[in-house]
Design a protein around this ligand. Structure first.
Ligand code: NAD
Length: 466
C-alpha cells in the first residue's frame, strides 16, 4: 500500500490469480481500519497546504500526473490485463491507460473561477469554490484504473486530499498506479489502502473523511449512504445501470449492428453504461438478430496478453456465476439462444457472447443488470410500449435510440428516463460531458465543470457597501 508518502506492508496477504488461466500473479496486501486512520491523518495534514496552493499549481500537477501515466502505461497495462482480464489491445488495458492520461489532462484545463454574484451600491457578493477536505474514493473492478482517476483527478484539482480503497478484485493494478502518482505529490495527499475486513466501513464512517466518491453497485451505494449519514459526508454515488436501447423500424440492420454490439459488449459487457436490454421493432428484428449473431461469432476471445484477442474472460467467479445463471434461466423462461449460452469447459472465466432472442420483461436476464457478455433482445411492435418497458426499471444510467429519423430520435429521447440518452450510439463518456444516472443509478454527476464543482464547497463573501 502507499500511505503518507511511503510503501506500507500488511500483516496479511492474499493470492491474486489471472482470470484467464488461474495462474498466481501476485500477493495483495490486506488492509485494516488502522491503515485507513493513518492515511486519513496524513491526508488532513497534506490537504491543509494543498488546499491553499494557487490554482495554476494544482492544474500543473494534474498535467504532470497525466505524464506519469503515459510514461508508465506499458507496465500498468500489462498488470491490468493480467489482473482484470481485459485485452491489452483494442478497447482494453492500453485504451484504459490512455483514458487515465486524457482525463487528468482535461481536468487540468478546467477551473472553478470566482463568480461575482452582485456588485452594486448595496453589496459585493462573491462566490468562491473551496476544497471539501479529505475525499474517500471507493472503486469497482471493471475499469479500475480509469474510475480511480475519475475520482482522483477532480478531487486533487479542486484542492482535496484523497484516500482510495480499490476493489479487492483489482488491488494490484490500482496500488501500483496510485504509488506512481503519489510519488509526484506531497506526502499524504494521495494514499491507497487495500481492501480488508473493516476497511470499507472505516472509510464510510470516518469522522475526518468529508466526502465519499463511490462507483459500484446500487446495493452497495445504499449501504454507503446509510453508513455515511451519522457523519453527514458529501456523496457522489455512481451506481448500477440496466440500460435500454430502442431500435426503430427505419434502421439498416447491418449499418447499426456494430454500434449496438460494442455498446453492449465493450469490456465484455462489464461496463456501467453498457447497453443491457435491446428492444427491436418487429420489422427489423430478425435482421438485427442475424447481424449481431454474425458479429458475436467473429469476435476473438481469449487471454488478454495475446494481441489477437478482442475480448478476455469475465473478471471474477462471482460475475461468471451470475452470467451463467442468467443464461441458463433464459431458455426456461421462454428465451431463444442465438449464440453462446454456456461456458464450454475452458480454463479461466471465459463465457461466450450470448444473445437471447424472444426475451420479455419479467425474465431474469431482462430485469437484472447482467454486467457481462449477455444481451436479451426484446421484440416490439408499439413504440409507446417499448418506451414504457425501457422506463420500467429504476436503474437508468443511459439509454439509446437507433433510427435514421433524428427528429423521432429526439422525441423518444425526451420520453426516456436516464442520465444520458444517446442517438445512434451507446456508452460514450468524455471528460467534458457531465455523466450520471437517473433514479437509483446515481447521486450527483461526474465529469465536466459540474463534476469538478462536486469536489468543492461553495463559500460566499458578502461585503456591505452602504
Ligand atoms: P460493488 O458495489 O460490489 O463494489 C464496489 C466497491 O465498493 C468495491 O471497492 C467494494 O469493495 C466496495 N464495497 C462493497 N461493500 C462496501 C461497504 N459496505 N462499504 C464500503 N465499501 C464497500 O460493485 P462491483 O461489483 O465492484 O462493480 C459492479 C457494479 O458497479 C455494477 O452494478 C456497475 O453497473 C457499477 N458501476 C457503475 C459505474 C458508474 O459510473 N455508474 C461504473 C462502473 C461500475
Amino acid at each position: 500500500m502507499w500511505i503518507d508518502g511511503a510503501a506500507i506492508g500488511a500483516k496479511e496477504t492474499r493470492e491474486v490469480h489471472d482470470p484467464a488461466n488461474g495462474e498466481l500473479i501476485g500477493l495483495a496486501p490486506v488492509g485494516t481500519a488502522t491503515d485507513v486512520d493513518r492515511a486519513v491523518s496524513a491526508a488532513m495534514r497534506a490537504q491543509a497546504d494543498w488546499g491553499s496552493q494557487p490554482d495554476e499549481v494544482r492544474a500543473e500537477t494534474c498535467r504532470k500526473l497525466a505524464g506519469v501515466i503515459t510514461q508508465n502505461s506499458g507496465e500498468l497495462a500489462r498488470l491490468l490485463t493480467r489482473e482484470q482480464g481485459k485485452p491489452l489491445k483494442g478497447i482494453g488495458s492500453e485504451f484504459e491507460l490512455s483514458g487515465c492520461a486524457a482525463w487528468l489532462g482535461a481536468t487540468a484545463e478546467m477551473s472553478l473561477p470566482v463568480k461575482v454574484i452582485q456588485d452594486d451600491e448595496a453589496a459585493r457578493v462573491e462566490q468562491h469554490y473551496v476544497p471539501v477536505g479529505v475525499v474517500g474514493s471507493i472503486t469497482p473492478w471493471n475499469w479500475p484504473l480509469l474510475i480511480a482517476i475519475w475520482h482522483i483527478a477532480p478531487a486533487i484539482r479542486a484542492g482535496n486530499a484523497v484516500v482510495i480503497k480499490p476493489s479487492p478484485y483489482t488491488t494490484l493494478s490500482t496500488l501500483r498506479m496510485v504509488e506512481l502518482l503519489a510519488r509526484e505529490l506531497p506526502d499524504g495527499l494521495l494514499s491507497v489502502v487495500a481492501d480488508g475486513p473493516g476497511v470499507g466501513e472505516a472509510m464510510t464512517t470516518h469522522p475526518d473523511i468529508d466526502k465519499i466518491m463511490f462507483t459500484g453497485s446500487t446495493a452497495t451505494g445504499k449501504k454507503i449512504m446509510a453508513a455515511a449519514a451519522p457523519t453527514l459526508k458529501k456523496l457522489t454515488l455512481e451506481m448500477g445501470g440496466n440500460d435500454a436501447g430502442i431500435v426503430l423500424p427505419d434502421v439498416d440492420a447491418k449499418a447499426v449492428a456494430e454500434g449496438i454490439f460494442w455498446g453492449a459488449f465493450l469490456n465484455n459487457g462489464q461496463t456501467c453504461a453498457a447497453l443491457k436490454r435491446l428492444y427491436v421493432h418487429d420489422d427489423v428484428y430478425d435482421e438485427v438478430c442475424a447481424a449481431l449473431t454474425e458479429l458475436a461469432n467473429a469476435v476473438p476471445m481469449g487471454e488478454g496478453l495475446d494481441e489477437n484477442n478482442v475480448l478476455g474472460p469475465v473478471q471474477n467467479a462471482m460475475q461468471f456465476e451470475k452470467v451463467s445463471r442468467l443464461a441458463a434461466a433464459a431458455p426456461e423462461e421462454g428465451g431463444r439462444v442465438l449464440t453462446g449460452g454456456s461456458a464450454r469447459g475452458r480454463t479461466g472465466f471465459f463465457f461466450p457472447i450470448t444473445l437471447i432472442a424472444d426475451a420479455k420483461e419479467g425474465m431474469a436476464c431482462v430485469d437484472e443488470e447482467q454486467f457481462g457478455p449477455l444481451l436479451p433482445i426484446i421484440r416490439f411492435t408499439d413504440v409507446d410500449d417499448a418506451i414504457r418497458q425501457a422506463n420500467s426499471l429504476d436503474v437508468d444510467l443511459a439509454a439509446s435510440v437507433w433510427t435514421k429519423d433524428i427528429d423521432q430520435g429526439r422525441e423518444i429521447a425526451e420520453r426516456l428516463v436516464a442520465g444520458t440518452i444517446y442517438v445512434n450510439k451507446h456508452g460514450e463518456v468524455a471528460p467534458h460531458i457531465p455523466f450520471g444516472g437517473a433514479r437509483y443509478s446515481s447521486m450527483g454527476v461526474e465529469f465536466g465543470i459540474e463534476g469538478l464543482a462536486a469536489c468543492a464547497n461553495i463559500k460566499i463573501y458578502n461585503f456591505a457597501k452602504a
